[in-house]
Ligand binder design. Structure first.
Ligand SMILES: [Zn+2]
Length: 66
C-alpha cells in the first residue's frame, strides 16, 4: 500500500524517502549505497523501505462503490 510515514520500531521519519529510493533502485544503484546516502543507519529503518511494495494501484481497482 502506501509507505508508512515513520519507522515502526524507532519512529524515524522514512515516508519522504520512498520516491528517491525507488528512483535510485531503478537506476541500479546498490541498496547499501542508497541507504548510506539517505542516512539510514539502523536496520529497522532500512527494512521499512526494503520490505515495502507499492501496490495501491492494483488494490484501488477493487474499490467498493456504495
Ligand atoms: Zn527505525
Amino acid at each position: 500500500m502506501m509507505i508508512p510515514i515513520r519507522c515502526f520500531s524507532c519512529g524515524k521519519p522514512v515516508g519522504h524517502l520512498w520516491e528517491d529510493y525507488e528512483k535510485e533502485t531503478k537506476k541500479g544503484t546498490k541498496t547499501d549505497t542508497i541507504f548510506k546516502k539517505m542516512g539510514l543507519d539502523r536496520y529497522c529503518c532500512r527494512r521499512m523501505l526494503l520490505s515495502h511494495r507499492d501496490y495501491i494501484d492494483q488494490v484501488i481497482a477493487y474499490d467498493v462503490k456504495s
